[in-house]
Design a protein around this ligand. Structure first.
Ligand SMILES: NC(=O)C1=CN([C@@H]2O[C@H](COP(=O)(O)OP(=O)(O)OC[C@H]3O[C@@H](n4cnc5c(N)ncnc54)[C@H](O)[C@@H]3O)[C@@H](O)[C@H]2O)C=CC1
Ligand SMILES: O=C(O)C(=O)COP(=O)(O)O
Length: 387
């Protein structure tokens, strides 16, 4: 029996995929798996029973990914599963920034009891007029699951799209419309574009990448959209640029005291992935990842360990070892198993950066002593009997 705990509500369409071998627990105690959306996990003490965390979503900045890798906890996310939800909100954000739709709706609400509201509306509407997005230049920073969808949709709406992503994946490249202009520098995006939208993960390298220097290079009257993470933008510098008229509108999905209520800023309460479809897609993918990992030891879509797939276990036993990516690991493992007379039927070893993963099918079950011997190898973080 496996136990899992949800730190945020996870769509039932996903949780229903757990079968009778799984029990949902109200606490993390004794749990094997944690499912999470945006709950901040950095200060949480995880029990040693936890071997997997699945983020039902894309961004993992709420999870101590490296500390988890050190402890042998495999962290998954669900790439692309909520991208369409975010794409649609970005398009809405561009339209809301271009015409004062919110102001117009609020005006009607305020004046709703006036007898001549129809005449008044015709007189007043000019104050809510704006511009169209067709023909405007859109710069997209980060052409991953979301950025590439935004690029194609904006192209379809008649925008001229510039994309910047020095680490573009082959899959994302195949999905991009050929009309998208490939920007080799951020400066080109900054100097050319009327709308700039950012879709990169929050990392040390991307924190406050939209800063005073970047803003100074942008066109006057630029609209900036941020549906990725608030810390990607130096919001004090942004507000100064907004107040000076350099930036026309800032659209952000992240409410905080700096932006909330400020003139010229449209703030949504982190709604990008809050659609029925995205929530279900993420939950289904996350639960499938957890099950395949716990039941077969397979890894797909981990952010801290490599992909590894040995299919469903048909051998007598399978053990999964998380360890550092250092020399001499395999020889130490096989020596311990060999000295116990354990024959290896199949084996895979994969690495990702500093960390590695070894999955071994055995022709007979490993003894407690041999498991402890494996665990005591310098650099091994977890040894798990999958079967
Ligand atoms: N508002 C919301 O509800 C949501 C927000 N997000 C945020 O959006 C981010 C992106 O999500 P996805 O597109 O699904 O992720 P993704 O991993 O598919 O795409 C990220 C892209 O950014 C690129 N990139 C990384 N560093 C870069 C840099 N310095 N300059 C330019 N490009 C860079 C990568 O090469 C990759 O193509 C997430 O990390 C998350 O923070 C994601 C989903 C929902
Ligand atoms: O997937 C992401 O990165 C998101 O920001 C979505 O967050 P949420 O699952 O809506 O709390």
């Amino acid at each position: 029996m496996y136990q899992f705990h949800c730190l945020n509500p996870i769509a039932s369409k996903g949780l229903d995929i757990f079968d009778e071998n799984y029990r949902k627990s109200d606490t993390m105690e004794d749990c094997n798996a944690i499912l999470v959306r945006s709950a901040k996990m950095h200060d949480m003490q995880l029990p040693s029973t936890v071997s997997v965390i699945a983020r039902a979503g894309a961004g993992v900045n709420n999870i101590p990914v490296k500390e988890c890798a050190e402890k042998g906890i495999v962290v998954f996310n669900t790439p692309g599963a909520n991208a369409n939800g975010v794409k649609e909100l970005v398009l809405a954000g561009m339209l809301l920034a271009s015409r004062d739709i919110v102001g117009g709706i609020e005006w009607v609400q305020k004046e709703k009891d006036k007898e001549d509201i129809d005449k008044l509306a015709e007189k007043q509407k000019k104050q809510f007029a704006g511009c169209e997005i067709m023909g405007k230049k859109l710069g997209i920073i980060g052409l991953g699951a979301i950025g590439s969808m935004v690029a194609n949709a904006a192209t379809g709406l008649g925008m001229e799209v510039y994309g910047y992503d020095p680490y573009l994946s082959i899959d994302a490249a195949w999905n991009l419309s050929r009309t998208i202009h490939h920007s080799k520098t951020l400066d080109e995006i900054y100097s050319q574009c009327d709308y700039i939208t950012i879709h990169v993960p929050l990392l040390d390298a991307t924190t406050r990448m939209i800063n005073q220097e970047a803003l100074a290079k942008m066109k006057d009257g630029v609209v900036i959209l941020n549906f990725a993470r608030d810390l990607l933008v130096d919001e004090d510098a942004l507000i100064a640029a907004l107040d000076s008229g350099k930036v026309k509108k800032y659209v952000t999905d992240f409410a905080n005291h700096t932006v909330a209520g400020h003139e010229g800023i449209l703030v949504t309460p982190h709604l990008g992935a809050s659609t029925e479809e995205s929530e279900e897609n993420c939950a289904v993918m996350a639960v499938k990842e957890v099950r395949d990992f716990l039941e077969n030891g397979n890894i797909k879509n981990s952010v801290n360990f490599p992909n590894c797939d040995m299919g469903t276990c048909v051998a007598v036993g399978r053990i999964a070892i998380t360890h550092k990516n250092i020399p001499n690991m395999i020889s130490q493992v096989t020596k311990i198993l060999g000295s116990e007379g354990l024959n290896i039927a199949d084996m895979t070893n994969k690495s990702k950066g500093e960390y590695a993963y070894t999955l071994i099918d055995l022709e007979s079950a490993a003894s407690q002593e041999s498991l402890e011997a494996l665990e005591s190898i310098e650099g091994v973080s977890k040894v798990r009997v999958v079967k």
